[in-house]
Design a protein around this ligand. Structure first.
Ligand SMILES: Cc1ncc(COP(=O)(O)O)c(C=O)c1O
Length: 428
């Protein structure tokens, strides 16, 4: 089953995301919404296939940032003056938009952070420090991004706990049986990616979460590579925490989201101290603010949150299901076309994938391939993709990765294929 079929079969679309039929997108119009796509690179039309690293921004997002600074700029929550009230209202509205986007039950469950990395660190440092003790275990998978490995390593080192890693198979799929076996009486947290950034694998989250919950273990999901590609419903998943970055879902850098179940967040200590996260301060005692502010110390990225709201509204206007259908088709097309090139080996051939196609080419280092493609105007990413253990699992130092967004076309995939042929000739 394709990723989109899986998602549609397993969970309802979040409320607030238009459930449009999966008819073809008006790609010319969509591409026109992204000013950077008109850029030339080395005299060629830009073919941007590095969306897993960061996606490009539609004009609606760029304009939201400009409008904020031209018309609204004021610090939030602390002012009675009109601009401060307007800025606060716009920031609150963005939180509501994010809540609908992931179908959280309550805006108090939506914490604005800098990105997926900060969200995971928040949970490791706040929930983790309180609940993980010497001899306990934290379970992750072998396909995690470094940002869902290192925060847990830091915690385990501090507490004398153990990091357990569920293995993946040669296709890049999680060994679900092994994963289940690793959830033991000492497991205090499961932290897993929804979609692998290096392999594109979509994990069977529902089953995984059920397995953990049967043993009363909470689950954090790293959704950085999921939310740009298909509808996510945190209530249907029943995950305890869900994190993602704004900049991978057409929003700006510097803003991201941690969803957490309210009861868990209420019981957690603050992550950082400062302004806004308190309700009263004396030198003797400080009482903390209510959710979500308890976890939002200091002046937040106000423009970033508002622009993330604009990004979510933009993709909601297209329809998450149509985006998923389009990208699934592109990924299938690219998998076949790139996979058919002599000397190409696909890395990550899971039955359910989304967003990214990783591969190596015989006799050509991925960095050389990336450099040659750049001369053709094609942007892909090469390297370990902040997932060095995945590279180790496949016995390679790096891959080339093409990753897709709503504005990509089959013609761009054809250009990529031509570029790979150019590289083969150069290194023949
Ligand atoms: C799966 C995954 N998790 C987490 C991150 C970290 O995101 P950020 O650097 O925006 O915090 C990334 C970024 O590439 C990612 O792909």
């Amino acid at each position: 089953m394709t990723a989109v079929a899986h998602q549609l079969a397993h969970k309802p679309l979040p409320r607030g995301v238009a459930a449009k039929s999966a008819t073809a997108l008006d790609l010319a119009k969509i591409r026109g919404d992204f000013p950077i796509l008109a850029e030339k690179v080395h005299g060629r039309n830009l073919v941007y296939l590095d969306n897993a690293a960061t996606s490009q921004k539609p004009r609606a997002v760029i304009e939201a940032i400009v409008r904020y600074y031209e018309q609204l700029n004021a610090n939030i929550h602390r002012g009675v003056h009109t601009l401060s009230v307007r800025a606060t209202e716009a920031h609150d509205a963005a939180r509501q938009t994010v809540r609908q986007f992931v179908n959280a039950g309550d805006t108090r469950e939506i914490i604005f952070v800098r990105g997926a990395t900060e969200a995971i660190n928040l949970v490791a440092q706040s929930y983790g420090r309180r609940h993980v003790a010497a001899g306990d275990e934290v379970l992750i998978t072998a396909m995690e991004h470094h940002s869902n490995i290192v925060p847990w390593q830091i915690l385990c080192e501090e507490k004398g706990a153990q990091l357990k890693v569920a293995p993946i198979d040669d296709q890049g799929e999680l060994r679900l049986d092994e994963f289940e076996k690793l959830i033991g009486p000492r497991t205090k947290m499961v932290a897993v990616t929804h979609v692998s950034n290096a392999l594109g694998t979509v994990n069977p989250l529902r089953e995984m979460i059920e397995m953990a919950h049967r043993r009363r273990v909470p689950v954090l999901v790293d959704g950085a590579q999921a939310v740009p590609h298909f509808a996510v419903d945190v209530q249907a998943l029943d995950c305890d925490f869900y994190s993602f970055s704004g900049h991978k879902v057409y929003g700006p850098t510097g803003i991201g989201v941690l969803y957490g179940k309210r009861a868990l967040l209420e019981a957690m200590p603050p992550y950082q101290g400062g302004g806004d996260m308190i309700s009263s301060v004396t030198f003797e005692k400080t009482t903390y603010n209510v959710l979500p502010f308890k976890f939002e110390a200091g002046t937040p990225d106000i423009a970033g949150a508002i622009a993330l709201g604009a990004a979510i509204e933009y993709i909601g206007g297209i329809g998450m299901d149509r985006i998923a259908a389009h990208e699934d088709e592109l990924l299938a097309y690219a998998t076949e076309a790139v996979g058919a090139i002599p000397g190409v080996h696909l890395i990550g051939t899971a039955s359910e994938r989304a967003g990214a196609l990783s591969f190596v080419l015989d006799g050509v280092h991925p960095h050389d391939l990336g450099t040659i493609l750049d001369r053709e105007g094609i942007a892909i990413r090469t390297g370990h993709h902040c997932a060095q253990p995945v590279m180790e699992r496949f016995g390679i130092p790096a891959t080339a990765r093409a990753s897709f967004a709503v504005y990509n076309t089959k013609e761009e995939v054809d250009t990529l294929v031509e570029g790979i042929h150019v590289a083969r000739e150069v290194f023949a």
